[in-house]
Design a protein around this ligand. Structure first.
Ligand SMILES: [Zn+2]
Ligand SMILES: [Zn+2]
Length: 265
């Protein structure tokens, strides 16, 4: 590592991004998922508390007809955490009703144009399919959930902070501990964003070590259900199935298919 690189690490570690990442590296599991979980909580708190009347927020909400399923209920939790009776959510969703009512009125007026030259029922079916398609084209949301849009940025930002610091000693010491394990989605995204083979080697190597250790713990957990071995079960083995779930499925409310595309060229 040269001194320019070292200076770059010192500079980066003065910023908020390192403080945030360090917090995730002091927790268990996937650091990208952990950072994203905290980030969406903060975003929803701002959204409800300060931006429930903001025009750009309403524009996004209208384009997507509200949030995706995971973010809908996360938003509800955020509202409860603010000790609100639901007023912020009501303000945020009220404008969606105007748009929905307008749309329903519009499609209610659409005619089914059946042609007269039907041979058997074939033509009729085609007309009806075209009519349904026209209605659904109007109804389908044209925008992406604002929560997902936020997570797209957060996922990408956190991954790049890790990549920029991945040769830093303090980062490595924390990252290489057993309790840290990138979920499968974020491992793939990390590989997707690397710029050289050295980085790929580092992350693949770490992942191999951690995965084989987790496999060992999970096998131990299963084996020690045998009554003769019961007393010998390790605490880590008892938690291994939850870690396996997180590895393959990512953390709760973080989409296991991610928010950014994997661009394999
Ligand atoms: Zn993750
Ligand atoms: Zn969403």
């Amino acid at each position: 590592m040269d001194s320019i690189e070292e200076n770059e690490f010192v500079r980066m570690k003065r910023g908020l991004s390192w403080i945030d990442l360090k917090e995730s590296l002091n927790m268990e599991g996937c650091p990208v998922c952990n950072t994203m979980s905290r980030s969406i909580d903060k975003y929803f708190q701002f959204l409800l508390y300060e931006y429930a009347l903001d025009a750009s927020v309403h524009k996004k909400m209208l384009a997507s007809f509200g949030m995706c399923n995971a973010h809908t209920y996360l938003l509800q939790e955020a509202e409860a955490n603010l000790k609100s009776d639901g007023l912020n959510i009501s303000v945020l969703y009220e404008t969606l009703f105007q748009k929905e009512e307008k749309l329903l009125a519009k499609i209610g007026q659409k005619e089914l144009n059946e042609s007269n030259k039907h041979f058997m029922n074939f033509g009729k079916k085609r007309d009806f399919a075209a009519y349904k398609k026209e209605i659904l084209t109007e109804l389908i949301a044209k925008g992406i959930c604002p929560g997902c849009l936020h997570q797209d940025e957060s996922e990408s930002y956190c991954t790049h902070v890790i990549l920029r610091l991945c040769k830093d000693e303090e980062f490595r010491n924390k990252y290489e501990t057993e309790k840290i394990l990138l979920c499968r989605r974020h491992f793939l995204f990390m590989i997707n964003e690397t710029e050289n083979k050295e980085m790929i080697d580092y992350f693949v190597n770490e992942q191999r070590k951690k995965i084989s250790r987790l496999h060992e713990l999970l096998s131990g957990f299963i084996e020690k259900h045998d009554y003769r071995l019961k007393g010998r079960m390790l605490e880590e083995e008892k938690k291994s199935w939850e870690k396996a779930l997180e590895y393959f499925g990512s953390k709760k409310n973080i989409d296991r298919d991610g928010y950014n595309d994997l661009l394999i060229q």
